[in-house]
Design a protein around this ligand. Sequence first.
Ligand code: NG1
Ligand code: ZN
Length: 533
Amino acid sequence: MSAFAQVAEYSAKHPKPSDITFEYGTAGFRTIGETLESTVFRAGLLAALRSQSKHGQVIGVMITASHNHERDNGVKLVDSMGEMLQQSWEGYCTDIANASSDSQVVDILASIAQLEGIDMSIRPKVAYARDTRPSGPLLQAALEDGLAALDVEATNFGIVTTPQLHYFVRCLNTANSPSPYGEPTESGYNTKYGQAFLRLVDGKPLPSTLHIDAANGVGAPQVRKLADAIGSPYFNIEVNNGDTDTLGKLNIDCGADYVKSNQRSPVGTTLVPSGRYCSFDGDADRIVYYYADDHGIFHLLDGDKISTLVATYLRDLVAAAGVTDLQVGVVQTAYANGSSTSYIKDTLRLPTVFAKTGVKHLHHEAEKMSIGAYFEANGHGTVLFNPCAVEKLQAVRPATPAQADAINRLWALRDLINESVGDAMSDMLLVETILICKGWTLEQWDAAYTDLPSRLLKVVVNDRNIFKTTDAEQKLTSPLGLQGVVDSLVAKFPKGRSFVRPSGTEDAVRVYAEAATRSDCDQLAYAVAGAVF
Ligand code: NG1
Ligand code: ZN
């Protein structure tokens, strides 16, 4: 009997809407939740094949639309080390999502199996989870049909954050290796990160309550469990916007994307000077911090501020550990504030590179560094320790207690960081650790450099596909002549910088601008947007 014998019958239960073309974009498929049934069913089929192509390793499937509207949903595959799906498979995902009939679904599966030389006798393994969206149960049922159609050994992790699923996948696939990543359960996650935090802060509690805006998403119940695992009095938090039961609240006027885009505090949160605040996004893979100064002015500590804080701390620890040939580097995107890039290069004197938008691109660049910190300005990122860096650290024989302490701290930091993907909860523990160790307030952290005024605009155009870019998306190659117009506008403003790129997650074009003053920045942004429209 063919391995695909049952696929057509199951597929018939989840017909593709004929009027929609799906695309596996920056973060998988994303659109109105109810329209994604066929896509999620088919993503399950592909996850099975991907698992077989990886000799039966576990592949993850996450159902979420992150910071997007509650009516939206999405699905993405997680590769065997917990990283984003290998790029060469994204095309397969798009192909199968757009197959117009059940028999075509089967044909595409057969052709992928042949192209990839897949041994269909291997039993596939898939781990899956979803966020709190109302369309989640419907899409989960479609996924389960896809997994059943290929007799997958499936594990349902329930309602967890996106980074938790990435963590589980990595744990499952390293369980029998010399360096298992951790226990693939919620409590294993909380224990691993919680214990590493306690080791690093050496018994010191948070300086004051951390107010967490959880975007009314899955981060709310999960961060409460993490805080319980760490225990009182070490981790005193208050969760705001933690209502996952009331329809219509997810990501509305709250969450990391809202706070970053609007440069203001979320609904229901009145900032008190000296108060400490952070926001997660809807699936808790992004985090930004913020505070009000003594005059009540809002200040944002975004992904750039997090990466500079983390890179400084790691650089100093590596120096204290006496490892001379170990370089800490930083990966940013074009959205990084120009002040942060100058600060990394000129003050920290660390190498920095630009990658295309989307964490998978940053992740690949960070893998090339000894210790690579990567963050998108929107607060999505993490730190990677290259295996060569790990070997170098293992080889050090500390000559002084200070050196031994620095090495121990680097190991503990590695345990604190979710290396599989950017993770709001793990990043929050990392930031808190560094602030406690330095004895810093948010204001002191913020003092490193001052952001240039910036503006991000979304322009809805007839066809975003005509916009093509190069140089880590900083220059347009199409439509012809438009980059010249952007350049001439930029030249008019001191410290001006602007770029145009098509969004990978929305049907729109994004315009970014920064300049020396708020008024120049806004003039530049709207002038460029006018040229695009
Ligand atoms: P697009 O829609 O391609 O700009 C957005 C974010 C990315 C990334 C993805 C995935 C901005 C400007 N863009 O991508 O950084 O996080 O979503 O969620 O924030
Ligand atoms: Zn997210």
